[in-house]
Write a protein that binds this ligand. Structure first.
Ligand code: FE2
Length: 310
């Protein structure tokens, strides 16, 4: 009989080993699973019988929360659906590191939780780094109080350049047509205006879009606060033929967030990161408001699938 030990608050992620169908376990233990998730921020289900994406989809359905659809989201990543609720986590090349982030925190629309499933583990590398953002914020508030006070008071803005058609060679390669679910510029402008973005068209049919001011710190239900934003990933990773990371993030007033500002946050997050080294059949459930995730570079035929929960 598998039990969830919700008594050790410092265990991260919380590892739940069991056997049998994960769908049956999640359906029967929703309350304890959610209590563990609220406490730990990330749960790893290991040893259960999850042979394929269909079984993963069944586990998500059994958990029971509604889905957050990729089509409706403003995610910048290029992805492909495998089942109605399951998609490839990111089509960026294996050598590309995806830096720590809260899913879609660079947009006004984001999921509350994420499921990941390892169908095929990489030969080398390919861990999913996980990092508690409440711990990051506590440390950062002590080390860089002025920076934390400023992003908390002003919020932050993100700017990124989206290509006219999908570029799978970039972690930021989703086209503006797909990102905004439109097929022409008029539609794109209407959608951006509705979301409070500003924008600028460029000669190669790419679009530079700047978000409205978004919160950089979030209060969790139990009163903890988290560094809920996309600053680390944007600063470290939004580099491709169209994007310069030094222009990607600003304070709410539009002035640049510098490498000096970001150094402390990056160092603290790196120090607090746990690398989830996947085994085939593993499933992880992440509280998107409390925990950042990323992807280490890898070699081999890694296949980790994802599902977003509203
Ligand atoms: Fe992500």
């Amino acid at each position: 009989m598998t039990e969830i030990n919700n008594t050790n608050s410092s265990e991260f992620p919380r590892i739940i080993t069991g056997n049998g169908r994960l769908a049956a376990f999640l359906g029967a233990n929703k309350g304890a699973v959610d209590a563990g998730l609220a406490d730990a921020g990330a749960l790893l289900f290991r040893g259960f019988d999850v042979p394929d994406p269909v079984a993963f989809d069944a586990a998500i359905e059994a958990y029971g929360d509604p889905g957050f659809t990729y089509e409706d989201s403003l995610s910048n990543a290029v992805r492909t659906n495998v089942t109605p609720r399951v998609f490839t986590a990111n089509e960026a090349p294996p050598t590309t590191e995806i830096f720590l982030h809260h899913e879609m925190a660079q947009t006004p629309l984001y999921p509350a939780k994420l499921f990941f499933y390892c169908e095929i583990a990489a030969d080398t590398g390919g861990a999913t780094p996980l990092c508690r953002s409440d711990w990051v914020l506590d440390r950062l508030a002590a080390d860089a109080p002025d920076f934390v006070a400023r992003v908390e008071a002003e919020g932050v803005r993100y700017a990124n350049v989206m290509p006219g058609s999908d570029d799978a060679g970039s972690g930021q390669g989703r086209s503006w047509r797909s990102t905004l679910s439109v097929d022409n510029r008029e539609g794109a402008e209407a959608r951006l205006a509705e979301l409070g973005y500003s924008w600028e068209w460029r000669e190669d049919d790419s679009l530079r879009a700047t978000t409205p001011t978004l919160d950089a710190v979030r209060a969790l239900p139990d009163g903890r606060r988290s560094f809920f934003n996309q600053l680390i990933a944007a600063f470290r990773g939004w580099a491709d033929s169209r994007n310069d990371p030094n222009r990607a993030i600003t304070f709410g007033d539009g002035s640049a967030i510098t490498s000096g500002n970001m150094a402390a946050a990056i160092a603290i997050a790196d120090e607090l990161t746990y690398d989830l080294n996947w085994q085939a059949g593993d499933v992880a459930l992440i509280d998107n408001f409390a925990v950042m995730h990323g992807r280490r570079p890898f070699e081999g035929k890694r296949r980790v699938l994802a599902s977003l929960v509203a």
